[in-house]
Design a binder for this molecule. Structure first.
Ligand code: MG
Length: 290
């Protein structure tokens, strides 16, 4: 099952893709929850109930009649992010900064503010007055499904609701100027999410998924999640030591090599660029830079 938030005839709602994946079936009318985030957090979610809705519905609203919104438009907390979590990207990043590369001996965590996230086909503001180095980062994002603290690695999968694509837009010059990654990644709209949340039951565990990004059709990043330095069991178990994860939390697991700063000369984003991120089993997330 794949969940999405969408607008149809000027009303926002949420639903699941039909079996043919060409239609959306509204599930908001079968639940008390007002948003998909609320459904995930309320404990109202039942896989059996939604499987039945999908099986009983042979039609729905055609995808070309809806506007897909970010699956979680207003996250309740900052995005939990992993830095330097693919070896090839960690090397290109240190090269760009003129540093020697050392393999991190613990996960590098940071967070980005995202009071409003950008959805599929949403526009990313270039912020020309603030940055000349806007960059993209395709990432597999974990959506947490239930609260937990001190989660053992072998139980981590029980806390995952599903996965989505996250484009971790970053102003590299702000990231450097302010020493910490926080500001350069927290500009309004710089977290793009979607197009769907693909439920964990759609995948074997741990999933090994292709992830790719393209700028104006040119492939920039191509990797698989097996190349994560710290895998999702480790991330969930390690981060939750002494920290309570809550349902609806979003964990961006890191990005592979091929971001704009990794090229010589760098290939930062310009107005009019189209960025597409693709992850196997989730779909394609497209954004336009303006
Ligand atoms: Mg990132």
């Amino acid at each position: 099952m794949k969940f999405l938030t969408y607008r149809y005839q000027n009303e926002a709602s949420y639903g699941v893709l039909s079996k043919d994946e060409n239609h959306v079936i509204d599930i908001s009318n079968k639940h008390q929850s007002e948003t998909l985030l609320e459904l995930i957090t309320s404990g109202e979610f039942s896989k059996a109930k939604i499987d039945k809705i999908i099986n009983d519905n042979h039609d729905g609203i055609a995808l070309n009649e809806i506007i897909i919104l970010s699956p979680i438009e207003k996250p309740r907390r900052n995005i939990i992010c992993l830095g330097l979590n693919y070896l090839d990207h960690a090397k290109e990043s240190e090269r760009f900064k003129g540093n020697n590369f050392n393999l991190p001996d613990a996960p590098a965590y940071f967070s980005k503010m995202a009071h409003i996230t950008t959805g599929h086909d949403g526009t990313i503001d270039l912020n020309k007055d603030l940055t000349e180095m806007l960059d993209y980062e395709v990432e597999l994002a974990i959506i947490i499904g239930k609260a937990g603290k001190n989660i053992p690695a072998d139980e981590a999968h029980k806390y995952i609701f599903g996965y989505t694509i996250l484009n971790d837009f970053t102003a590299r010059d702000l990231q450097r100027k302010h020493t910490q990654w926080f500001k350069g990644k927290s500009l309004d709209g710089y977290t793009a999410l979607g197009p769907v949340i693909s439920h964990i039951s759609n995948f074997s565990y741990p999933p090994n998924l292709y992830l790719r990004s393209y700028v104006n059709g040119e492939i920039r990043q191509a990797s698989k999640t097996e190349h994560l330095i710290y895998d999702m069991d480790t991330i969930i178990s390690d981060f939750s030591k002494g920290v309570t994860l809550l349902p609806g939390d979003i964990i961006a697991t890191g990005t592979p090599a091929g971001v704009g700063m990794g090229f010589d000369p760098p290939k930062f984003l310009r107005s009019g660029d189209e960025v597409v991120c693709e992850i196997e089993g989730v779909g394609m997330l497209r954004n336009l830079v303006k």
